[in-house]
Write a protein that binds this ligand. Structure first.
Ligand SMILES: Nc1nc2c(c(=O)[nH]1)N[C@H]1C(S)=C(S)[C@@H](COP(=O)(O)O)O[C@H]1N2
Ligand SMILES: [Mo]
Length: 206
């Protein structure tokens, strides 16, 4: 028995997809919806994104303006996403604009160290500025080539795929820059402040 169990264990380990962080499973083609609040109906025509706080040029963009800015660049993230509730979705894609482009316009002041993403619903999540710069974060309106559905944050959400997905606010409306860390909705309710899936930073104290 012991030999069989050991053999099975090793085989399972060998078959485990190296793209899966510890404690995660692959949901395949499906995509679970995780929403704490009621799903809002956001009018894409009237929606805008604002970057403000500790920036030289506080700026708001309509969706048409964001699309024009993205233009031919067609900024697409292709890769994996990981939810703290243990599902991961591998090799998926989101199209929008890199936060680098938007922050390049707003220009964070030298003292800016953190951002808070704010949804139209008042959901918030906090990140160090360095986790949303350097090609790590996108503001997106398409998933796998189709408009982002309402339950997944449409018309526009954030995607920060290297952190657990609660750091990716749906129905984004504002990105606020601060000179200190300011825990958001889940961070005030027991989740880890940073949320690195490879370090299993699920809960406060992990
Ligand atoms: N506004 C808002 N954004 C949110 C959430 C939420 O409840 N409200 N849930 C977060 C969590 S915990 C996850 S895992 C992902 C879920 O995104 P999905 O529903 O598109 O899979 O969105 C994140 N962004
Ligand atoms: Mo999540």
């Amino acid at each position: 028995m012991a030999i069989t169990r050991g053999f099975t264990g090793r085989r399972r380990q060998a078959e485990r997809d190296p793209r899966l962080p510890p404690g995660q499973y692959d949901v395949g083609r499906s995509w679970p919806v995780l929403t704490a609040e009621a799903t809002p109906r956001v009018d894409a025509e009237r929606w805008s994104l604002t970057i403000d706080g500790l920036v030289a040029h506080p700026t708001s963009w309509s969706l048409a303006e964001l699309k024009a800015l993205a233009g031919a660049a067609d900024d697409t993230y292709r890769g994996d996403i990981h939810c703290v509730t243990t599902w991961s979705k591998l090799d998926t894609s989101f199209t929008g604009i890199s936060l680098d482009t938007l922050l390049g316009i707003a220009q964070p002041l030298p003292e800016a160290t953190h951002v808070v993403e704010e949804s139209t619903t008042r959901y918030t999540t906090n990140l160090p500025l360095e986790d949303v710069t350097g090609g790590k974060a996108w503001v997106v309106w398409e998933h796998e080539g189709k408009p982002l559905s309402r339950e997944h944050g449409g018309p526009v959400r954030v995607v920060v795929p290297h952190l657990y997905f609660w750091k990716s606010a749906k129905w984004i409306s504002k990105i606020h820059l601060l000179d200190h860390d300011q825990p958001g909705f889940w961070e005030l309710n027991g989740y880890h402040d940073h949320g690195d899936p490879w370090l299993e930073q699920r809960f406060d104290g992990d």
